[in-house]
Ligand binder design. Structure first.
Ligand SMILES: Cc1cc2nc3c(=O)[nH]c(=O)nc-3n(C[C@H](O)[C@H](O)[C@H](O)COP(=O)(O)O)c2cc1C
Length: 192
């Protein structure tokens, strides 16, 4: 039997039912419809310390990140997943602190597996309260992901982002919700 693709969703908002989580949920629904197994992690509830730049993860024969916190199981889950969904609200014109902490700690990912970003498929889901993606800072957040994953060698398969202020308001944007499900359906496909 063909093994189903694995998708790991990382929620970067403190609002469990917030707009970025709603968009990520629609991507996850699309991925499930395409046959993928989806696991969702709510980062806000986890203990993820900032990277302390000790470089333990870059030493020869490193056993990984020296910080023993909730990132340890996440490294392994990330490597087992074929695709990652990264969801964030725009906070102060860029991504949320919760997601940035996770991102900085990904510096240690190569200590857990060879070429950990190569071939990994990524979908982005962002929500902002402002009127347009430029003035709100959404573009800053998107550019951060684009630069980081171009550098790291992962593939951004697509991104969905929209304006909404109160938690869940993004559902009213039917076109965007449809776009998010469509992105989810193509996310588990084999790269290349
Ligand atoms: C601390 C904080 C900072 C924010 N900064 C911005 C911002 O810089 N630009 C913007 O457009 N909206 C900003 N917002 C509004 C959120 O991006 C908006 O409510 C978004 O829908 C939240 O997504 P969520 O529901 O996934 O948490 C901010 C909200 C908070 C609480």
């Amino acid at each position: 039997m063909k093994k189903s693709k694995k998708v790991l969703v990382l929620l970067g908002s403190p609002r469990r039912k917030g707009n970025s989580a709603v968009l990520a949920g629609a991507i996850a629904a699309g991925a499930r419809a395409a046959g993928a197994a989806v696991e969702t992690l709510y980062l806000h509830g986890l203990t993820i310390a900032p990277c302390k730049a000790c470089m333990a993860c870059r030493k020869p024969r490193s056993k990984g990140c020296s910080i023993d916190d909730d990132m340890q199981p996440i490294y392994r889950k990330m490597l087992k997943a074929d695709a990652w969904v990264l969801a964030s609200p725009v906070y102060w014109f860029t991504l949320s602190a919760q997601l940035k902490l996770w991102m900085d700690r990904c510096f240690a990912l190569p200590a857990y597996g060879k070429d950990p970003f190569a071939g990994r498929r990524i979908a982005l889901a962002l929500a902002y309260g402002g009127e347009d993606p430029f003035d709100s800072g959404c573009v800053n957040a998107l550019r951060t992901f684009q630069d980081a994953y171009r550098y790291a060698g992962a593939e951004i398969v697509g991104m969905v982002y929209g304006s909404a202020l109160e938690a869940g308001d993004i559902k009213a944007n039917r076109a965007l919700m449809k776009e998010a499900r469509a992105l989810g359906r193509k996310l588990p496909a084999t790269a290349g």
